[in-house]
Design a binder for this molecule. Sequence first.
Ligand code: NAD
Ligand code: ZN
Length: 359
Amino acid sequence: MHKNFKNIEKTVYGRGSFDMMDEILSAKRNENEQFFLFIVDNYFKDKPLASRIPAKSEDVIRFIDVDPCEPTTLQIDLLRDEILSSKGLPAGVVGIGGGSIMDIAKAVSLMFTNEGSSTLYQGLNLIKKPGIYHLGVPTISGTGAEISMTAVLTGPVKKLGLKCEWTVFNQVILDPELIASVPNDKWFYTGMDTYIHCIESENGILNNAYSHAYAEQSLKLCQEIYLGGQSGRTAENDDKLMVASLMGGMSLTYSEVGVCHALSYGLSKILGEKHCYANCLAFRCLEDYYHDGVNEFKQMLIKHAIQLPENISQHWTDEQITAMAEVAYNLPHMWNHAVGADWKQKISIETIKGLYRRL
Ligand code: NAD
Ligand code: ZN
C-alpha cells in the first residue's frame, strides 16, 4: 500500500563539486578487482571535463554516444560481458552524462552481479542481488534519473526499467557548472520533463502531502527558470534546475506520472522519439487533462522560441497509432493515477488512439 523508498546514500551539491570525485572513489577502490568503470557521454570526449576525470591507469573509461537511441538491454548486456571477460568485476561504476548515461550506469551496476540478459529483469523487484557501487554525475537536468529507483531500458519487447532498491545510486555529485554547455533546445525539453513530472504527480489519485511538497517547490523553481523575469540561461538558474530535477523525481517517486508519460512511452517505443521531446509533443495536446499546466507550458514555449512540429500524426499509419496506443494502454499504474481506479471504464485503446491523433 505505502511506498518504502530508498534514497541516494550520499549527495554532494555545488559548483566545482565534480572535483571531489577522486576523494570519494578512493574509499571504494579496495573492492573486487579494484578498478573503476567510467561511463561518459561522448559529448565530453574532447572537452576539458574529460581530463578532470580522476581515472587511474587500471580504470576503464567508455565514451558512449547516446544520440542514436535510448539505452537498450542489448547494449547493457554487451558492455557487462565485455568488461567481465577482459578485466573482471569492477570496484564500481561512475556515470557522467544525462538520463541515458545515468540509466546505463545504474543498469550495468546491477547486471554485473545478476546473471543472464537484462531483459529478464525489466519490471519491479525482479533483480535478485545488489549491484556494485555506482556513482552518478548528471550533466543535463530534468529527467530525475539521478534520484529514481529505475534504470529505463528498451528491450526487444518492452521499454521498461530495472526497478528496485538497488538501482538507486550510492552517491551522486550535483555540480551545476556541468549543465552550462547543454544546447538550448535540449535544456528546454529535458527541463520540461521535470515540469511535466510535477504536473502529473500533482494531478492524480496518488498525490499526497509528501509528493506535493516536492512538486510544489520544483514547480516554483521551473517557473523561475523558464518563465519569470529572471528566466533563461544563467548560472543561478542552472543551480536551481539541478535541484528542481531532483525534487521532481522525488515527487513522482511518492506519487506517479500520468497521461503524458503513457503517450510518451508509445512515441519512444514505436517511433524512437526521445523521452523528453516526446513528452513535450504529447503534453501540449493534453489541455483537458492538465489545463493550467499545459497553458503555462505553452507560454514557456513562446518565451524560449521553441517550435514543436504541428500535425505530426497525419504522417502516421493506423498500425503505428494502434501500436503506440497498445504500449500506452499497458501502463496501468499511470492511468490508474491520472484517471482513477475505474480507468478501464473510461479509457480504451480507441480513446488513446484519439489522443495520439491530436498530435
Ligand atoms: P540524454 O542523456 O539522452 O542526453 C541528451 C543530449 O544532451 C545528448 O545529445 C547528450 O550528448 C547531450 N548532453 C548531455 N549533457 C550535456 C552537456 N553538459 N553539454 C552538452 N550536451 C550534453 O538526456 P536526458 O534527456 O537527460 O535523458 C533521456 C533518457 O533518460 C531517456 O533514455 C529516458 O528513457 C531516460 N529517463 C530515465 C528516467 C529514470 O528515472 N531512470 C526518467 C526519465 C527519463
Ligand atoms: Zn519523464
